[in-house]
Design a binder for this molecule. Structure first.
Ligand SMILES: [Zn+2]
Length: 159
């Protein structure tokens, strides 16, 4: 278990497309464990492997961050299979520290993925978690939320 360094927007690795996981090796399990520690340490909602410099199609989200508990779901090779509704809310990113912006996202998002045991599962997120699923999914394709934000907030708006 280890806390990984989170790379930030000037690092061009964040702009690269992550590759699918073809086999869940002990290295992938270690990466997942380290990502959990890193996300909890950073007090974030979601973290993609690329944010730790690893170009694999993996992200994790903390699904009870609003309740102040840690309940982390791991997504390997995720695909967005269904979206519903619309929301415009404030978003941030551990790789873009100190900035926030308003994004346009679906209200509800269903994702299909593989878990660490190799089993396929579906997960539906609403509100904050729908935003997070879209945000993390975009990381896998080298996209940052700042690329498509409706507007970025002035620092005075949130200080
Ligand atoms: Zn992010």
């Amino acid at each position: 278990m280890a806390i990984l360094k989170i790379i930030t927007e000037e690092n061009e690795t964040l702009r690269k497309k992550s590759k699918p996981v073809t086999e869940i090796t002990p290295r992938i399990i270690t990466l997942l464990d380290d990502m959990r520690d890193t996300l909890i340490d950073a007090d974030g909602v979601g973290l993609a492997a690329v944010q730790t410099g690893i170009l694999r199609r993996i992200f994790i989200i903390n699904t009870s961050v609003e309740e102040g508990k840690d309940d982390i779901v791991e997504f390997i090779n995720p695909e967005i299979v269904e979206t519903e509704g619309h929301q415009e809310e404030v978003e941030g990113c551990l790789s873009v520290p100190g900035k926030y912006g308003v994004t346009s996202r679906p209200q509800k998002v269903k994702v299909k993925a593989t878990d660490r045991n190799g089993n396929e599962f579906e997960f539906t997120g609403e509100g904050l978690y729908a935003r997070c699923l879209c945000h993390e999914y975009e990381h896998l394709d080298g996209i940052l939320y700042t690329d498509n934000a409706i507007k970025m907030l002035d620092p005075e708006d949130f200080e």
